[in-house]
Design a protein around this ligand. Structure first.
Ligand code: AMP
Length: 197
C-alpha cells in the first residue's frame, strides 16, 4: 500500500503533480483545498463556514479538514493507496492522519516535499491567478499571507516527517515532466511489499 503526502508551499506544483502520480500509481487523490472549494461551490454548511478563511489565505480549523479526510478514507476502504495533497498542513493534522491511517491498517509511506523559492512561487501564483478563478489567487497580499502561513504552520511538518524517516526533498523547479520523473524516482524506491509502507 502506498500512501503519499505531497508537500510544499502554495504554488509548488502539488496539484499538477498529484494528478499524474495518482494516475500512475492508481492512488486516490485527496486534495483538501479541492474538497473545500467543492463545498463552497455547492453552498454547503461547511462551504459557508470556510469561505472567508480561505479568501484571507488562512487555514481552516484542523477538525474540519480531519473530518473531511476521515470521510474519504471511510468511503474508500478498498483503495490501493492515497495521495494526500495540501493535507496535512499542521502538526495536529499530521498526528491525526497517523492515527486515522493506523485504524485502516495503513501508514504514510513518504512525504515528498516540492522545494521552490519564494520569488518563483509568487510569480507562479500571480500567473495562476489570471486563469484559476480561485478567490485566494487573486490578491497579492493574500498570496503573501498564504506563504507566510505555510512558513509558520506547515513547514514544521518537515521536522515531523524527518524524525519519522519519511521526508524527501525534491527540487520543484523544472518542466512538469522533469519534476514527475524526480518524484517517481523516489516513489519507485519505496518498499511497498510491507503492509504499512
Ligand atoms: P490549496 O488548494 O491546498 O492551496 O488550499 C486552498 C486553501 O484551502 C488554503 O489556503 C486553506 O485556506 C484551505 N486548506 C486547504 N487544505 C487545508 C488544510 N489541510 N488545513 C487547513 N486549511 C486548508
Amino acid at each position: 500500500m502506498l500512501n503519499l503526502v505531497l508537500f510544499g508551499p502554495p504554488g509548488a506544483g502539488k496539484g499538477t503533480q498529484a494528478t499524474y502520480l495518482a494516475k500512475a500509481y492508481q492512488l486516490i487523490h485527496l486534495s483538501t483545498g479541492e474538497i473545500l472549494r467543492e463545498q463552497i461551490a455547492a453552498g454547503t454548511e461547511i462551504g459557508l463556514l470556510v469561505k472567508d478563511t480561505i479568501q484571507r489565505g488562512e487555514l481552516v480549523p484542523d477538525a474540519t479538514v480531519i473530518d473531511l479526510i476521515q470521510d474519504k478514507l471511510d468511503k474508500n476502504p478498498e483503495a490501493k493507496g492515497f495521495l494526500f495533497d495540501g493535507f496535512p498542513r499542521t502538526v495536529p493534522q499530521a498526528e491525526a492522519l497517523d492515527v486515522l491511517l493506523v485504524h485502516y491498517g495503513r501508514s504514510v509511506s513518504a512525504m515528498l516535499s516540492l522545494e521552490v523559492e519564494k520569488k518563483e512561487l509568487m510569480a507562479r501564483l500571480m500567473s495562476r491567478g489570471t486563469t484559476s478563478g480561485r478567490i485566494d489567487d487573486a490578491d497579492l497580499a493574500v498570496i503573501e499571507n498564504r506563504i507566510q502561513v505555510y512558513n509558520d504552520k506547515t513547514a514544521p511538518l518537515i521536522q515531523y516527517y524527518s524524525k519519522a524517516g519519511k521526508y524527501e526533498a525534491i527540487n520543484g523547479v523544472g518542466t512538469v515532466q522533469e519534476i514527475t520523473d524526480r518524484l517517481r524516482f523516489y516513489i519507485d524506491k519505496l518498499p511497498l511489499n510491507k503492509k504499512s509502507r
